[in-house]
Design a protein. Structure first.
Length: 185
């Protein structure tokens, strides 16, 4: 059960309603009252800036969508962020990440990769999370695949979605009604 009750439309200030509407329009329609956005709406400035930053990272980087979603799934798995996983596993599949890779990450196993850019991105993000640093070898492997600019952007994507996952986990954000948790503790 969520630690912070979801806001209702009647509770929203004019600015909160505008933000919830704008974020909802970009992320599936309706008012964005659930998930991390429902939490962030409690600080309108934070919500607005996070919304812009998240949208930029999601839609306006040089990172291939498939690798972006891979980084998001790794972050969701790390934090056991059910809501984030529910929102992004279908997007990862749609972006071309194989179901085998998605399932392995969900189950906490290292995937077998057919694509070298996915392996390099996975190694980079997981090594960064596990060791709080990245070896020269792992860094060079990623840069050889996607370049320095995209490596920087991929790191920012993982960091942003780790922040979102922390909110989801710390405040025990509920999944939408009828959706089952897919990640095990």
């Amino acid at each position: 059960m969520a630690r912070v009750p979801q806001l209702t439309p009647e509770q929203l200030s004019e600015r909160q309603r505008k933000l919830a509407s704008e974020i909802g329009a970009i992320r599936g329609g309706g008012l964005a009252l659930g998930g991390p956005w429902g939490l962030l709406l409690r600080n309108e400035e934070l919500c607005e800036r996070a919304g812009r930053f998240g949208t930029m990272l999601r839609d306006s980087t040089s990172v291939p969508k498939r690798l972006s979603e891979l980084a998001i799934l790794i972050s969701a798995r790390l934090w056991t962020a059910q809501f984030e996983w529910m929102a992004h596993a279908p997007q990862a599949s749609k972006a071309g990440l194989s179901q085998q890779v998605i399932d392995a990450i969900r189950d906490g196993h290292r995937p077998r990769f057919e694509r070298t850019d996915e392996q390099a991105a996975y190694d980079f993000i997981t090594e960064l999370y596990e060791n709080r640093r990245v070896s020269d070898r792992t860094y060079q492997a990623l840069v050889a695949q996607i370049g320095v600019k995209a490596a920087i952007e991929l790191t920012a994507i993982a960091g942003f979605y780790s922040s979102i996952a922390m909110l989801i986990t710390a405040f025990e954000v509920d999944l939408p009604v009828g959706i089952k948790a897919q990640l095990r503790g």
